[in-house]
Design a protein around this ligand. Structure first.
Ligand code: BJW
Ligand code: ZN
Length: 265
């Protein structure tokens, strides 16, 4: 199915096949799926690369509800540390290229597995968050929401470093852990968009975690032209129409320029 793999230093114009050009430039409904890789060039580590988060911490220990319930202090500290880092990070050229692309197509949506909010910081308007957002928190008992500042206020004034709501419920980050359902609206919208897409880009994700990894498959099954942008091969690579092998911060700005020059609607 694959057209070809495109190396980082290649000239995109010369290497896009005529089919790729035709499909990209005539697309009206564009859907993007992003993963941790798109934020790597902003200085946020991915999960499964050699410097990834899971090489230092086990997801079983930290990213599930039981871990949070049993080791609330450790898990809360870990999220607070990550939140403090992410808060200071900025979108990179990959995020900004997608923000510009949003203006070029009649329908353009980003479905992200990322919890860092960098697409929104870059100015993208149609962003669907599948795994939540690390800047939000809520009480597991009464569901009251807490901003980062409100969380920190409680956290910093608690000797135990166990953040508690007024109702005595634990306050957790608003992210989706293993074994938890994804937000239903977001998931339904994501699959609906994938079914209707003309062009689908899967960017910076290992496509390892379900159900997000099923979304590009649905796009393929429904006739979308599917492009992967990633410096490494993934479980999806052999199924996509085109693989742009490289960093999204370098490839997406080049792709944006091509689209600006050639869009035919
Ligand atoms: C670049 C780049 C550059 C590098 N440019 N690219 C068997 C047992 C138990 C469970 C399961 C099972 N099989 C399936 C499951 C379900 C499970 C799952 O998928 N597990 C897998 C481990 C197999 N899924 C779930 O549990 C989900 N829920 C669910 O299924 O509910 C159903 C249910 C039914 C009935 C009852 C209950 C539930 C929930 C999944 C939640 C995932 N959560 C996390 C943590 C979020 C919070 C946090 O951050 O702490 O989400 S895990 C982590 O992985 C995070 C990510 O969003 C997600 C995906 O990772 P991503 O983005 O793909 O990152 P990486 O690191 O894997 O890949 C980065 C890529 O970037 C690489 O390819 C690089 O090459 C590339 N890259 N630099 C472009 N510059
Ligand atoms: Zn509460």
């Amino acid at each position: 199915m694959m057209d070809s793999s495109i190396g980082l230093r290649s000239n995109l114009t010369e290497l896009l096949t005529s089919i790729a050009k035709e499909r990209i430039y005539s697309s009206r409904k564009v859907v993007i799926l992003t993963g941790a890789g798109i934020s790597a060039e902003s200085g946020i580590p991915t999960f499964r690369d050699k410097d990834g988060i899971w090489t230092k911490f086990s997801p079983e220990e930290l990213a599930n509800f039981d871990a949070f319930y049993k080791n609330t202090k450790i898990v809360s500290e870990w999220y607070k540390k990550r939140r403090d880092i992410i808060e200071k990070k900025h979108p990179n050229p990959g995020h900004f290229a997608l923000k510009e692309m949003e203006q070029l197509f009649p329908s353009f949506h980003i479905i992200t597995q990322n919890i860092d909010g960098l697409h929104q910081k870059a100015g993208s308007e149609k962003v669907i968050e599948l795994h939540g957002n690390i800047m939000r928190n809520y009480c597991i008992n009464c569901k009251k929401e807490y901003t980062t500042d409100e969380f920190d206020e409680i956290y910093n004034h608690t000797d135990t470093h166990i953040p508690m709501c007024d109702c005595d419920g634990l306050i957790r980050p608003d992210v989706v852990w293993f074994g938890e359902q994804l937000p239903q609206d977001a998931l339904e919208t994501a699959f609906q968009l994938a079914e209707e897409a003309d062009l689908f880009l899967t960017i910076g994700t290992s496509a390892y975690v379900r159900p997000a990894s099923d979304i590009p498959i649905v796009a393929l099954q429904n006739g979308a032209y599917v492009i992967e942008v990633n410096p490494a091969k993934t479980g999806l690579t052999n199924f996509t129409h085109l693989n742009l092998l490289g960093k999204s911060g370098e490839i997406l700005p080049k792709l944006l320029e091509e689209i600006k020059l050639n869009l035919n609607h």
